[in-house]
Unconditional design. Structure first.
Length: 453
């Protein structure tokens, strides 16, 4: 590789001349007089993708990052797939975003998995998958490399409210309060905490939280938060600081159970610029030549500085401080907050591993048992009736086909199957399936020839 040209490209990028950097990286890639060493093609496509992101061309950035992943010698699977996830999320393609975030966190060498878990959680929230998002935010908060788990804990509270678990949301919000944060974020947090208190029937605490959120007169409560504030004031005025019969949430289901969030259900305090091009740079740029962005914060250190006595108080939402540079507090706190997740945690884990009901094998056997009848029941809704009939016409009907193998993931799977003809011959197929709620539907069927692989 032409190292002089590469360094010029890096200098242009550092100077925010992204168009110039893109041109220089591209010239470096195309320079036939300087052959590329193993891994350098992936590195250049990675840097080209970064430039395209800065130039707000996500589609071309995705193409470049995909080329980077195709270079098997380029050892940056996690960072590149994280960037791919963020680029897809910027295009509101949250399904593909989740897929690439999953690949990123599966890379054992990726040293900032909390970023991918955070992106995954945000994307899952956009898809309305609150339980799965909660698991992702939990992982982000538990990541020892996360210098500031505040946003993960905040978003975990959103998930708990969406799952109608306000007591757990309270614990999560109170945990987040132990960190330093910008005043506007803290105001939003207190408003959310107030609504969670109302949902728990703790009206005096709700009033205190709401008043804290508007104390500096820079923050205005949302409509649903304003209603909850008035409910809390009325209850306290009547001498009832706590009630056992909690009234239903004010907001519609689409508003995450009345939580103080944006209209589309996205957390108001979600990572700013995470899916757009804004004030901060959400992308992680792996640099084979040394630099790494993202340093720890005083807030993150403060969270790890609690005494054993204060750890016990954390479970009640009280202040915690004083242990120096250790993460015991974070683990204990989040473990307490998430004990309630155990009930559905196992199910969510199995879901992410590709398990479902009916299983992939069951769906495939139903397809081959009676292909013509199954064409109207086992295919995904994206497959129209004519296409389904076209795919099943050449299938060999077999009431008990042999399942040769299953490749599973959270959102799609592939089943390799052998069907016997009436004459005793074998015909092999590859059946692709996509997730349908907790089960599976067929998206395509094709002949499979193992010798080709």
């Amino acid at each position: 590789m032409n190292n002089d040209l590469f360094q010029q490209a890096r200098a242009a990028y550092a100077a925010k001349d992204y168009a110039g950097a893109l041109q220089a990286f591209t010239q470096c890639l195309q320079d036939g007089s300087h052959p590329l060493a193993p891994g350098e093609m992936g590195l250049l496509y990675h840097q080209i993708g970064n430039c395209l992101v800065k130039l707000k061309d996500c589609n071309e950035a995705i193409h470049a990052y995909t080329q980077a992943t195709a270079d098997a010698a380029y050892d940056a699977c996690g960072p590149v797939n994280y960037n791919l996830g963020m680029a897809y999320a910027a295009l509101h393609d949250y399904e593909d975003a989740v897929k690439h975030f999953e690949i990123a966190v599966s890379d054992a060498k990726y040293d900032t998995p909390y970023k991918a878990y955070t992106g995954m959680g945000n994307a899952l929230l956009k898809l309305g998958k609150s339980a799965e998002a909660g698991v992702a935010f939990r992982e982000a908060a538990l990541d020892e490399g996360n210098p500031d788990p505040t946003k993960a804990l905040l978003n975990l509270g959103v998930c708990f409210m969406a799952l109608d678990r306000p007591a757990d949301a309270v614990a999560s919000y109170e945990s987040a309060l132990q960190f330093g944060m910008q005043p506007d974020t803290k105001n939003k947090l207190y408003a959310n905490l107030g609504q969670a208190y109302v949902a728990c029937g703790q009206m005096q605490k709700a009033v205190n939280a709401f008043e804290q959120s508007i104390a500096d007169k820079t923050y205005y409560l949302s409509d649903s938060a304003s209603v909850d504030y008035q409910r809390a004031i009325a209850a306290v005025a009547q001498g009832t600081s706590e009630i056992t019969q909690v009234m239903p949430a004010v907001a519609s289901a689409g508003d995450l159970s009345g939580l103080d969030v944006a209209a589309d259900g996205a957390p108001m305090y979600a990572d700013e610029g995470a899916y757009a091009y804004g004030q901060q740079d959400p992308y992680y740029y792996a640099d084979a030549y040394g630099e790494q962005a993202y340093s720890g914060t005083e807030a993150g250190d403060h969270f790890f500085n609690a005494s054993d006595e204060e750890l016990e108080k954390w479970s009640k939402g009280l202040a915690k401080q004083d242990r120096k540079r250790r993460n015991v507090g974070l683990k204990v706190l989040v473990a307490i907050v998430l004990l309630v997740v155990v009930a559905f945690g196992a199910a969510v884990f199995l879901y992410t591993q590709g398990w479902g009901y009916p299983t992939q094998e069951t769906v495939v056997k139903e397809l081959f048992a009676n292909p013509e009848a199954a064409s109207s029941t086992v295919f995904a809704k994206e497959v129209d009736a004519d296409k389904a009939k076209t795919m099943v016409e050449p299938l060999v009907a077999d009431a008990n086909p042999a399942i040769d193998g299953v490749d599973k993931s959270m959102s799609d799977s592939t089943v390799y199957v052998t069907a016997k003809t009436e004459q005793g011959g074998d015909v092999q197929y590859k059946v692709s399936l996509v997730r349908d709620m907790i089960g599976w539907k067929v998206s395509s069927v094709e002949l499979y020839f193992p010798s080709q692989n």
